[in-house]
Design a binder for this molecule. Structure first.
Ligand SMILES: [Zn+2]
Length: 88
């Protein structure tokens, strides 16, 4: 019984470590929350998925993360100004 509890606590600990790594990795693409959730749930697999998420940008009106090619913000529904091409 005690070892089962230890296993659960260790599992939760590692999920939190993966979640934190996913958050830090996802933050580079404006995907901190998605990265944290994916990595918390799926561990290293979620971390890899986070790497391949499309890069997000920030809405100039509400400040939330949106898809790079969006023409309308999904959060505040405001029409976004045309994006100037930037070198990555
Ligand atoms: Zn917005």
């Amino acid at each position: 019984m005690e070892s089962l509890l230890g296993t659960i606590i260790a599992g939760l600990f590692w999920n939190c470590v993966w979640g934190l790594l996913g958050h830090l990795l996802g933050k580079r693409n404006g995907r901190g929350t998605e990265g944290a959730v994916l990595s918390f749930l799926f561990g290293p697999v979620g971390l890899i998925i986070t790497l391949f998420l499309p890069r997000a940008r920030t809405c100039p009106f509400c400040g939330k993360a949106i898809v790079k090619r969006a023409i309308r913000c999904v959060h505040c529904r405001k029409r976004l100004p045309p994006q100037t091409p930037t070198a990555t």
